[in-house]
Design a protein around this ligand. Structure first.
Ligand code: ADE
Length: 421
């Protein structure tokens, strides 16, 4: 068992503990799972390494997994998203080893992933697939002992499916992102609110009346568009997928290529999962003072080297703003170094949506253990639909909402074809 940690400051633990308890009040589904795990101990003795954003919500997930009997360690899934007080709280109050420091450099980030793999996990829990990538590239000795892996985010699922297609993935992976109770809520309402929160905390500028460009129209991007629209911004959506572009148009937004949109934008926020969505040609036409941010998983959506190359000077007017002064004098404001702004300058998605995402993670870990030996290796699976629906039902109950049930007559009708008009 690993007994060491690498965190900013253990003296931050009290503050992190208080914030973790505050978050827990909004996580009733995860709490129910934790209470059951305490009784049933479905993860007893299982070594689990998690590579997630180190937030108060993740703290409550770690606590739940430990209550289920797992021997857990945690490292960061992004160099800029760690909440140092929470990392300290997990170490001090829950005896959970943590390897994460907000603002850690590239080498430290990968050293922390190595430390999480040194735990010799039987389950890995990823947000972006960096842990599985590290395992497959450097620790193939661990493959035989693996029950499987779970993945939180769209980008990670895309990477894992590419590994499966290449034949390098050697154990089952549960794509938590594919559960309805994950992507319909976390990606949309979570990213929507937390991205606006991140932009406002970083800049304190007004959105009302501004032209706000959203790169992409997947679940995350549509959440951002909806919330920015709610704040009074005029929305433009850019897309490469014709169906999504059509949806954006019929949701009432203007749709056009990025180059055209960039010339009108006060804000541009990317959430596509792809690289160089904002490129040199777009910087060349941007208005003076344009604010550019990313809410996608990796810091590749904005071509920062191209922006650097166009710039004569760079300053930092506020903590999360890098202001690039182009050679023609225009200023472009890049937020959070192009890393996901909702976690860089704010606190990520609110606890109430992470409740469902992390209920999926906890149940996915339990599912991998209970079905060990029967799941197909090298494939990316969704969590069974009954579990997804159970999470939705528990959430509804916690929210005090009851719904109708089908009558026997309706059930018969839905399973028959004879009855027409
Ligand atoms: N991803 C987005 N928001 C998050 C949060 N609050 N905690 C962990 N992962 C997240």
């Amino acid at each position: 068992m690993i007994t060491h940690n690498d965190i900013r400051d253990i003296n931050l633990a009290e503050e992190g503990h208080k914030r973790m308890e505050w978050a827990e009040q909004e996580m009733p589904v995860l709490r129910l799972i934790r209470e059951r795990f305490e009784q049933e101990r479905p993860l007893a003795g299982v070594r689990l390494s998690a590579c997630l954003h180190v937030t108060t919500e993740t703290g409550n997930l770690m606590r739940t997994l430990k209550a289920g009997g797992a021997d857990v360690v945690l490292c960061a899934s992004n160099p800029l998203s760690t909440q140092d007080d929470l990392a300290a709280a997990l170490v001090k109050f829950y005896d959970i080893p943590v390897f994460a420091i907000k603002g850690e450099d590239h080498d430290t980030y990968y050293r922390h992933i190595t430390a999480a793999l040194d735990h010799r996990p039987q389950i890995t829990m990823d947000d972006g697939a960096d842990l599985v990538t590290g395992l497959l590239n450097h620790r193939t000795d661990l493959i035989d002992g693996m029950y499987g892996s779970t993945e939180e985010t769209t980008t990670g699922v895309i990477r894992l499916k590419a590994m499966a297609a290449d034949g390098v993935l050697k154990f089952p992976v549960i794509a938590v992102n594919d559960s309805d109770t994950k992507h319909l809520f976390d990606n949309r309402y979570g990213t929507g609110q937390s991205t606006i929160d991140g932009i406002i905390r970083a800049t304190n500028v007004l959105l009302a009346g501004k032209t706000f460009v959203v790169g992409g129209y997947g679940y995350c991007a549509r959440g951002i568009a909806e919330r920015a629209h709610g704040m009074g911004a005029n929305i433009i959506v850019t897309e490469v997928d014709p169906v999504r572009a059509l949806e954006a148009a019929m949701d009432g937004y203007r749709v056009m290529p990025m180059r055209q949109a960039a010339a009108q934008a006060d804000f541009i926020v990317t959430a596509t999962g792809d690289k160089h969505v904002i490129d040199a040609r777009d910087f060349e036409v941007m208005k003076d003072g344009c604010i550019v941010a990313n809410s996608g998983h990796f810091n590749v959506e904005i071509n920062i080297p191209a922006l650097e190359a166009l710039s004569a000077e760079k300053r930092r007017p506020r903590t999360y703003i890098d202001q690039y002064i182009l050679r023609d004098g225009r200023k472009i404001n890049l937020l959070g170094e192009g890393r996901l702004i909702n976690l860089a300058s704010a606190e990520g998605h609110p606890s109430a949506v992470m409740d469902m995402s992390f209920a999926n993670q906890a149940l996915a870990a339990e599912y991998l253990v209970r079905n060990h030996g029967t799941l197909t290796h090298g494939v990316v699976l969704a969590l069974p639909r009954e579990l997804d629906r159970e999470i939705a039902s528990l959430k509804l109950t916690a929210m005090g909402i009851s719904i109708d049930t089908l009558t026997p007559e309706q059930e018969t009708y839905l399973s028959s074809w004879q009855e027409g008009t």
